[in-house]
Design a protein around this ligand. Structure first.
Ligand SMILES: [Fe+2]
Ligand SMILES: [Fe+2]
Length: 166
């Protein structure tokens, strides 16, 4: 099984984007289904953010300092998504702003995923060798196993608070 870091992250993206499309297909009154899909979306985003924040971004920052600005921008984009996710978690699916907030989350994350896949990953692949990408991938697979599944889990929550306070 390939553990190429970029392949792993793209697989995550695919799964996340699928929940976005499924959400968008639902009618305005499908509150139960919307609630389920948003929970799934949040779980996927929480795990994905964890492995990128904990492994991918710091490793790339260290190995390819010329990509540092992109990494810093990525942290900020993830932070915006984290804030929306924290608010969504506290909201009932039939609340007036639930669909609007989810839509803004989807727009933000889609933009971020597109930037990663179209601009950032190609530069990372060019800068790092196959072996390094495999090693980062293996490290991310390990991190995934212990990643928080919900944003309420202490380490994810602490990250958000730290980012706001710092
Ligand atoms: Fe990201
Ligand atoms: Fe990503």
């Amino acid at each position: 099984m390939s553990t190429d870091a970029i392949v792993l992250l793209k697989n995550d993206h695919k799964e996340i984007l699928k929940t976005f499309r499924d959400f968008e297909k639902l009618g305005p009154d499908a509150h139960v289904r919307k609630g389920q899909l948003v929970s799934r979306m949040i779980e996927l985003l929480t795990v994905h953010t964890y492995i990128e924040n904990e492994v991918m971004y710091p490793r790339v920052r260290e190995l390819l300092p010329e990509l540092e600005d992109d990494v810093l921008e990525s942290y900020e984009e993830h932070h915006v998504a984290d804030v929306l996710v924290m608010e969504l978690v506290a909201m009932k699916p039939d609340a007036e702003r639930f669909t609007a907030k989810t839509t803004v989350l989807i727009e933000n994350v889609r933009h971020h995923i597109e930037e990663e896949e179209k601009e950032w990953f190609p530069q990372v692949r060019e800068g790092l060798g196959r072996k390094q990408l495999q090693e980062i991938g293996a490290e991310m697979t390990e991190a995934k196993a212990k990643a928080p599944r919900t944003p309420a889990a202490p380490s994810a929550l602490k990250k958000t608070i730290d980012a706001v306070v710092k």
